[in-house]
Ligand binder design. Structure first.
Ligand SMILES: Nc1nc2c(ncn2[C@@H]2O[C@H](COP(=O)(O)OP(=O)(O)OP(=O)(O)O)[C@@H](O)[C@H]2O)c(=O)[nH]1
Ligand SMILES: [Zn+2]
Length: 359
């Protein structure tokens, strides 16, 4: 059984025993399993194995039958799906297989709606340009989003060829990213790219501000010019928003990378990612005398002590409170059942991270 899976043409993209088992009951009706590489308005590209040649091939399929009001469950780039290749006039996606991870942000339009940016990813690459002053609050927010997805975050400081003081920035970023690897790279000179390739295994999704260098990194990793790179005249100039679709590109050495459009506002959708992104605060608060300490007026409050002696920077504490307030707001508007389901999924991860942080 194992050998059949590893020999599977889509094994490099993450097709495994669990996905095969989820698909098994559907296989008998002549459906094909595949992975969505791109999606736009009711249609998607699905990478499947051609039953006749045994080779990977891309089908253009209709997604409307699996698209509904609950936007979080709608198909997105990276989803594994079942496709009916014989449907007319075009093949149809009939089922979205259960996701292992998903990057979900608060939708821009309906206030309590979640928008899925990418599914079934192993690593979230957070691109931060060294050519601009780093916005630590933004890094913290992207980290919370990444942790919330269930995948591993990895911070990539880009454009190292443009700066001399990269090490200072790196130290600042590391301080707000407990337990997260921070790499410095230049797609231009190739600096740090081998280290990135070694860590960017499985399916990676790139997130970050417009102009951070995501498309350039995607091209460097994939060895193609598939993603259009924007032209910026000077290093300080804010780039125009160019990436409009999220596209999954298979990598030459196995795995895949998903580029996402530059994120302007990143509203969080779910709060467990905040706990993981601020594991240091969680660890400090564990030393408060009272378990339900509000860190305001209670005696023997470890958080206030850490703020007083500078162990916990005021900026970071404020940033944490801000994200929490935002999350409380969204939680009060999200379906309770959905929340309970997601909370269950995250509980074990949160526990493991906390434990790892304390030892
Ligand atoms: N010098 C230098 N420039 C880079 C590097 N990586 C990216 N750039 C430049 O930075 C600008 C923005 O790069 P993109 O890859 O388009 O940025 P993006 O994050 O994909 O932007 P959006 O698609 O808008 O989200 C382009 O002009 C790139 O040529 C690098 O390593 N060194
Ligand atoms: Zn306290």
């Amino acid at each position: 059984m194992l050998s059949t899976i590893t020999a599977h043409p889509l094994a490099g993209l993450g097709w495994d025993e669990d996905r095969a088992a989820a698909f098994h009951p559907l296989a008998e009706t002549g459906l094909l399993a595949g992975r969505i590489t791109r999606i736009d308005r009711g249609r998607c590209d699905v990478l499947v194995v051609d039953p006749e040649t045994g080779e990977p091939t891309t089908l253009r399929a209709d997604t409307r039958s699996v698209t509904g009001a609950d936007t979080v469950n709608n198909p997105c780039t990276g989803d594994w799906v079942a496709v009916d290749p014989a449907a007319r006039p075009v093949p149809v996606v009939t089922t979205v297989l259960p996701r292992t991870t998903a990057i979900i942000r608060k939708g821009a339009h309906k206030r309590s709606e979640g928008q899925v940016l990418a599914a079934n990813i192993d690593t979230v690459l957070i691109a931060v340009s060294l050519a601009a002053e780093p916005d630590l609050g933004r890094v913290e927010r992207l980290l919370a989003l990444a942790w919330e997805s269930g995948a591993e975050p990895l911070i990539v400081l880009t454009k190292s060829d443009l700066v001399h003081d990269g090490e200072f920035v790196r130290a600042d970023v590391e301080a707000v990213a407990p337990g997260v690897t921070v790499l410095t790279v230049s797609a231009e000179t190739g600096d740090g790219m081998d280290a990135l390739r070694a860590l960017a295994t499985g399916t990676c999704a790139l997130i970050g501000q417009s102009g951070a260098g995501k498309s350039t990194l995607t091209n460097a990793l994939a060895g193609t010019d598939a993603m259009t790179v924007q032209q910026v005249r000077t290093v300080d100039e804010k780039g125009r928003h160019t990436t409009t679709t999220r596209e999954l590109l298979p990598l030459p050495a196995g795995g895949a990378v998903i580029d996402t459009p530059g994120l302007r506002g990143v509203g969080l959708f779910g709060g467990e990612g905040i706990e993981l992104a601020f594991a240091d605060i969680d660890a400090i608060a564990a030393d408060c005398r009272y378990d339900d300490c509000s860190h305001r007026t209670e005696p023997a409050c470890a958080v206030r002590a850490a703020l007083a002696d500078g162990t916990l920077p005021e900026r970071r504490w404020e940033s944490f409170l801000k994200l929490q307030r935002e999350n409380d707001w969204i939680a009060s508007r999200t379906d309770a059942r959905l929340r309970a389901e997601r909370a269950r999924h995250h509980k074990s991860r949160t526990k493991a991270a906390r434990k790892a942080y304390r030892v």
